[in-house]
Design a protein around this ligand. Structure first.
Ligand SMILES: NC(=O)N[C@@H](CC(=O)O)C(=O)O
Length: 421
């Protein structure tokens, strides 16, 4: 196994030093046999961990496969991604989660951890085989019907009770379906102007409020996917102050983009939950810095051309995000490396109970890390994305930061900004 010496690297923004990678771990001592990488001006971060990725395999391999999504993740600086269950067939059995887990191992570009569905077929009627998925080779800990809300409160309570036995987590897509029937975008001034049916903030906030009470009652762990409104932040703030075991994520796009973009009627801006107002964006940024929102998760949602390049009402919601997440977060937070490592690597790894990722990059830690050039700026070109889909809302946008290299257990997955395999 090749050893690497990262010469003059800044670990999390600290003074430049030499970092040696040997036998898959961060090592100390002489490095006579190592390949030297000139890392002057580059910042090393623990490899990013994404708790919310859609990989589309099995079922929609035309939009993404485990392999193409893994490559996009590595190029974005990720060393672990959690694959959502809304595949076809749905990942609601031990067989499907093991298939996704195995495909991830075969691709070998990031650690792919499957998320299991909460209910059979995401239909919200009957609990899926949570125990069988937990004890499968994939060792599922996080369960989610993402794309759909577990709307039935009794089923949600049962799911929370069930996963408590193995310290599992229910990750809720918070959307009261009766309040969002026919919804196309955020309900507000812009939707009124455009004549599009609105998705009100309260549809998200009402489910979060209900579920933090259920999680408190049961004493179980709840995670809220893609928080998008200022009101949701307030509900989470109160729940956390009371000691409820709830964690929450925000997507890069909800930290940057607003509902005004829908005025273009370009479905690239159609996403679930929808882009909200500038006031919501500010509240989400503040909550992320403060820690009321624990992590950034991409909600990478690749879609085939025919599902995106059509009339707004017929387009599928979702945006690709793995390859632009860190640049977007850098543009929002600035070069606050410790905060970025906390929100994009350490805390997601801790929430998921994932060992070996999200470390301090100390001697002996597994060499899961990414090297960033913070001075580079890049114009996003959809044709250059490694994802099989092109539905990025940042085409033509200049974003700061370039991922130069990524290492998974000491093996490079990205070098010189290019995927190694
Ligand atoms: N986030 C999205 O806009 N889309 C997700 C599922 C969903 O949450 O609707 C997808 O799977 O495409």
């Amino acid at each position: 196994m090749t050893s690497y010496l990262l010469r003059g690297v800044s670990v999390l923004g600290a003074e430049p030093t030499d970092l040696l990678i040997r036998d898959g771990v961060i090592a100390a001592g002489p490095a006579t046999d190592a390949d030297v990488i000139d890392a002057a001006g580059l910042v090393a971060l623990p490899g990013l961990v994404d708790l919310h990725t859609h990989l589309r395999e099995p079922g929609r391999e035309d939009a993404e496969t485990v392999e193409t999504g893994s490559r996009a993740a590595a190029l974005g600086g990720y060393t672990a991604v959690f694959a959502m269950a809304n595949t076809s067939p749905v990942a609601d059995t031990a067989g499907v989660v093991e298939q996704v887990w195995r495909l991830g191992r075969e691709a070998g570009l990031v650690d792919v951890q499957p998320i299991g569905a909460v209910t059979v077929g995401l239909a919200g009627k009957q609990l899926a085989e949570l125990g069988a998925m937990a004890t499968s080779a994939a060792g599922v800990r996080i369960f989610s019907d993402d794309g759909h809300c577990v709307a039935d409160p009794r089923l949600m309570r049962r799911a929370l009770e069930y996963v408590k036995a193995f310290d599992g987590i229910i990750a809720q897509h918070a959307e009261e379906p009766r309040l969002t029937e026919g919804a196309q975008m955020h309900e507000g001034e812009v939707s009124t102007r455009l004549g599009l049916t609105g998705w009100p903030a309260v549809a998200e906030e009402a489910i979060i409020a209900r579920d933090v009470l259920l999680a408190e009652h049961v004493g179980s762990r709840l995670h809220i996917c893609h928080v998008s409104t200022a009101g949701s932040v307030e509900v989470l703030r109160q729940a956390k102050a009371r000691g409820v075991r709830v964690t929450a994520e925000v997507t890069p796009h909800h930290l940057l983009l607003t509902d005004e973009l829908a005025a273009s009627y370009d479905p690239v801006y159609k996403v679930n939950p929808p882009l909200r107002t500038a006031k919501d964006v500010q509240a989400l940024r503040d909550a992320l810095v403060e820690g009321v929102i624990d992590i950034v998760a991409t909600d990478h949602a690749p879609h085939a051309v025919e599902d995106k390049e059509c009339e707004w009402a017929y387009a599928r919601p979702g945006m690709v995000g793995l390859e632009t997440a860190l640049p977007v977060v850098l543009s929002v937070l600035g070069q606050r490396w410790d905060l970025i490592a906390e929100r994009m690597s350490r805390t997601p790894a801790r929430i998921a109970g994932l060992t070996g990722h999200g470390t301090d990059l100390a001697v002996g830690d597994p060499a899961n890390l990414t090297l960033v050039d913070p001075s580079a700026r890049r114009v996003v070109d959809p044709s250059e994305l490694a994802s099989r889909s092109r539905n990025t809302p940042y085409a033509g946008t200049t974003l700061p930061g370039r991922i130069v290299a990524t290492f998974l257990r000491g093996e490079p997955t990205v070098l010189d900004g290019k995927a190694v395999k």
